[in-house]
Write a protein that binds this ligand. Structure first.
Ligand code: ADP
Ligand code: TPW
Ligand code: MG
Length: 590
């Protein structure tokens, strides 16, 4: 029972005997907590301080799980990925101005990735902020948040808390999910109101993300295009993983027999080892397919905007797209059959439409994909067995691949450049929503926030595979991982730098190259500092053993995997995006 309800109960019990008992009261603190709990929000990802410290103490007192981070960006990233995993908005709470700004990167990133989250920040008093009179941590936070998220609201009166929280929740998860900012000025928390009236003012959001059924004519159009295909391909994106329509998707793929690709965070929606998975024949299918069905995947840079060399001859493709956001259609190329609706409803409509009236894709197409896939897998296999010391990426990832094969329910977090691109290709996923990574922006710094939330939300062991640079962006949260005793095993691919550890300062002066770190760093010692397990490994067998043990024990562990500093390539597999100039030769390239 909430404190407010307890006060009310006590009052009702004594009402009869004590005639002039004061009315039961509640306040802004309590109403915020009650409103969140009423809507099934159980976890808060936070950094405390004025004016939210008491709110967080009370929330914990009332049974919410309050995970307190060392930096708001990590708390925000945790909330964002909690939203992706659960389809409920993840909630991050911060203090005003600097805390708010620290959380804002995560809010913008969540919006970019279509993850539902709510950033709730305490703020200074309106009348002082608006006259710019220099309040403690003064900032017009609402105005700053607005362009960076899907919706932004401010609550000024305790009686509006119920509606304000309800609006934030609905805005985050309905339609295309995204980030929402909720501004709570300090004064709101101490506002007092009648408890019964307060309880009545709360709103439980009904059907926050209603099904959006595609128009029958749009389904018919899409099926016509699919039926005309000789070399069809389906591409699943993280929207398809988010939608939690796993069975509907499996049934469509198996009924249609169409080869599929899964974008990074969609991997495992169907097992990467599925006979129709074209993951290991990516360049072939992108080039050769004549009809491409996009399911919760945007034609952004990650798919070369649907055009250019990787997509084969210009005009050689027809695109069908399933997305809940109508504006996404024709964003980069013409979509000949747009299917606007939620993925579950759209995919089910397609499956029903082809049921009993479908010719599977021509065997020469399916066989060509299978043949290319097998050839590529065979080519990769010996590299993954490499026992070279110092380790290269393939040898180390071969060891981690085995661990993930043996633990299909484990969560995987992944960031870096080479560490990301190679792990994505090499490590097969078996189950949906297990692979969490840098997403649409390719942002470094999601690692520890994602790892914490993955552990908290799923209760499963987490393996975080981190470039040494990538880890540095959120590394202090190893203390958080130890403090909450979370089953997180971090493996740092330590190649002494960004992409590589071999760059030098061309002037010969003592400053190191901007691309390298202290050589031979021992990140494992950081974990030991907080009571976790630290291990230093130099070969794939030891790496496999150390990770298996950590995943089995659930003890917070950091494994410093020593990688050949010369092993990586510039920018991983997106080096072509680096601007180049014909009048300059970069020292790194010499
Ligand atoms: P990826 O990076 O994996 O290619 P994107 O983030 O580019 O994926 O695309 C995800 C797409 O999924 C977005 O356009 C978003 O609007 C869409 N989406 C998210 N949830 C749903 C849903 N439930 N139904 C339909 N589309 C969805
Ligand atoms: C917020 C730019 C992309 S990848 C990367 C940086 C700094 C680090 C690569 O080194 P790492 O991996 O992690 O050691 P590896 O295996 O190749 O050596 N700031 C932000 N986001 C991005 N993407 C960058 C900078 C970047
Ligand atoms: Mg590195």
């Amino acid at each position: 029972m909430s404190t407010a309800a307890a006060i009310m109960d006590k009052n009702q019990a004594t009402d009869a005997s004590v005639i002039d008992a004061p009315p039961a009261l509640t306040d802004g603190f309590q109403l915020v907590i009650d409103a969140l709990k009423l809507n099934g929000i159980e976890n808060l990802y936070v950094v405390p301080g004025i004016p939210i410290s008491d709110l967080l103490r009370m929330a914990q007192g009332e049974g919410m799980r309050v995970i307190s981070f060392r930096h708001e960006q990590n708390a925000g990233n945790a909330a964002a990925i909690a939203g992706f995993l659960t389809k409920k908005p993840g909630v991050c709470m911060t203090v005003s101005a600097p805390g708010f700004l620290n959380g804002l990167t995560a809010l913008a990133n969540a919006t970019t990735n279509c993850f539902p989250m709510i950033l709730i920040s305490g703020s200074s008093e309106r009348e002082i902020v608006d006259l710019q009179q220099g309040d403690y941590e003064e900032m017009d936070q609402l105005a700053i948040a607005k362009p960076l998220c899907k919706a932004a609201f401010r609550i000024l009166h305790a009686q509006d808390i119920g509606i304000g929280v309800a609006r934030a929740i609905r805005a985050a998860v309905s339609g295309r999910p995204g980030g929402v900012y909720l501004d709570l000025p300090a004064k709101l928390f101490s506002q007092v109101m009648d408890a019964a009236e307060g309880a009545r003012s709360l709103v439980k959001v009904i059907d926050p993300a209603p099904a959006q059924i595609p128009a029958p004519s749009a389904v018919e159009r899409a099926v016509d295009v699919l039926k005309g295909a000789k070399r069809p391909l389906v591409i699943f994106g993280k929207g398809a993983a988010y939608a939690q329509a796993d069975e509907e998707i499996r049934s469509f793929v198996e009924k249609s027999g169409i080869p599929f690709l899964q974008m990074s965070m969609a991997k495992g929606l169907l097992p990467d080892t599925h006979p129709l998975s074209a993951g290991a024949a990516r360049s072939l299918v992108l080039k050769e397919a004549d009809v491409v069905l996009l399911v919760g995947a945007r034609l952004n840079w990650l798919l070369s905007h649907g055009k250019g060399k990787s997509w084969g001859a210009p005009g050689s493709k027809k695109f069908i797209q399933i997305d809940i956001e109508p504006k996404e259609m024709d964003s980069n190329v013409e979509i000949v059959a747009p299917l606007v609706g939620d993925i579950g409803s759209c995919i089910t409509a397609l499956t029903n439409a082809i049921d009993g009236d479908w010719t599977p894709p021509p065997a020469d197409w399916v066989n060509a994909v299978a043949a290319r896939k097998e050839a590529n897998i065979a080519k990769m296999a010996p590299k993954l067995m490499s026992n070279a010391v110092p380790m290269n990426f393939h040898g180390a990832l071969g060891a981690l691949r085995r661990v993930v094969q043996e633990r299909p329910d484990a969560m995987l977090v992944n960031e870096g450049a080479n560490t990301l691109d190679l792990a994505r290709g090499i490590i097969d996923m078996q189950q949906p929503r297990k692979r969490l990574d840098v997403g649409t922006w390719g942002v470094m710094g999601i690692g520890m926030g994602f790892a914490v939330a993955a552990a908290v939300e799923s209760g499963k062991p987490v393996l975080a595979i981190e470039g040494d640079s990538a880890f540095g962006f959120s590394g202090m949260e190893v203390e958080t991982i130890c403090r909450y005793n979370l089953p997180v095993c971090i493996v740092i691919f330590n190649n002494n730098g960004i992409y590589r550890g071999t760059d030098v300062n061309p002037t010969g002066k003592p400053d190191p190259s901007p691309m390298v770190f202290v050589p031979g760093s021992r990140y494992d010692k950081m974990m030991e500092a907080f009571g976790g397990v630290g291990v230093n490994v130099t070969n794939p067998d030891d790496l496999y053993r150390a990770v298996s043990e950590a995943m089995g024990s659930g003890k917070p562990t950091l494994i410093n995997a020593v990688i050949d500093p010369a092993a990586g390539t510039e920018s991983g597999n997106i080096g072509s995006l680096n601007p180049t100039s014909s009048v300059r030769k970069m020292p790194a390239a010499e």
